[in-house]
Design a protein around this ligand. Structure first.
Ligand SMILES: [Fe+2]
Ligand SMILES: [Fe+2]
Length: 197
């Protein structure tokens, strides 16, 4: 009788221990655990690749901006026409520098066959560019129309350097439509394929 009682006692202690163990395992995480989970999340975010716009394209944008500012200062009808171009061009450049051109910063690595999981971060940009493409092309259409007016005004006022500037900016837009935007979108599609996204 006595041994049966002590056996029951041992079983009860064992069950209690198992229950306590399981209870601790499934407790909601405490503040410290939550903090370290947050830190991990941050590390992951830090590791996401945010590519930079290739230097050559950044310089080209800066140069176009500077020349446009000069055209505005030239005054007359040329200056007024340049102001119209600037109003259309500024928000367009902001969009390009936010999500249109940075994916091109990965092209060198992609061409070398290097694809890493951290590159997934660029897909947000390339998906946005793909979705916004019709509006980007519409921006170009309006910018080119304004540039034709700038070119005509500069021609009339014999400010030929701004005729050349207008041609240069039109050619920049054409290059983006034919090469750069498609290349940025393709970079995203390629990363998706390689990462099975
Ligand atoms: Fe551009
Ligand atoms: Fe553009």
């Amino acid at each position: 009788m006595k041994s049966a009682v002590s056996l029951r006692g041992i079983i009860a202690i064992m069950c209690g221990s198992v229950f306590a163990f399981l209870f601790i395992q499934f407790l909601p995480p405490g503040k410290e655990a939550m903090k370290s989970a947050g830190a991990l999340e941050e590390i992951r975010k830090d590791q996401i690749v945010k590519p930079k716009i290739p230097q050559s394209l950044k310089l080209e944008h800066e140069e176009l901006h500077a020349e446009l500012a000069k055209a505005i200062k030239a005054g007359g009808d040329t200056g007024s026409a340049a102001e119209v171009v600037a109003k259309l061009l500024h928000p367009h450049f902001v969009k390009e520098e936010e999500y249109g051109l940075p994916p091109l910063g990965l092209l060198t690595q992609l061409a070398e066959g290097k694809v890493t999981p951290e590159m997934e971060g660029v897909l947000e940009m390339t998906d946005k560019l793909k979705a916004e493409l019709p509006r980007m092309l519409e921006d170009h259409h309006n910018i080119v129309a304004a540039l034709k007016k700038l070119s005509a005004a500069a021609e009339k006022e014999r400010k030929t350097e701004y005729v050349r500037f207008a041609e240069k900016l039109m050619s920049h837009a054409q290059n983006e439509e034919e090469v750069l935007y498609p290349a940025a979108i393709l970079a995203g599609e390629y990363i998706k394929l390689k990462l099975n996204k």
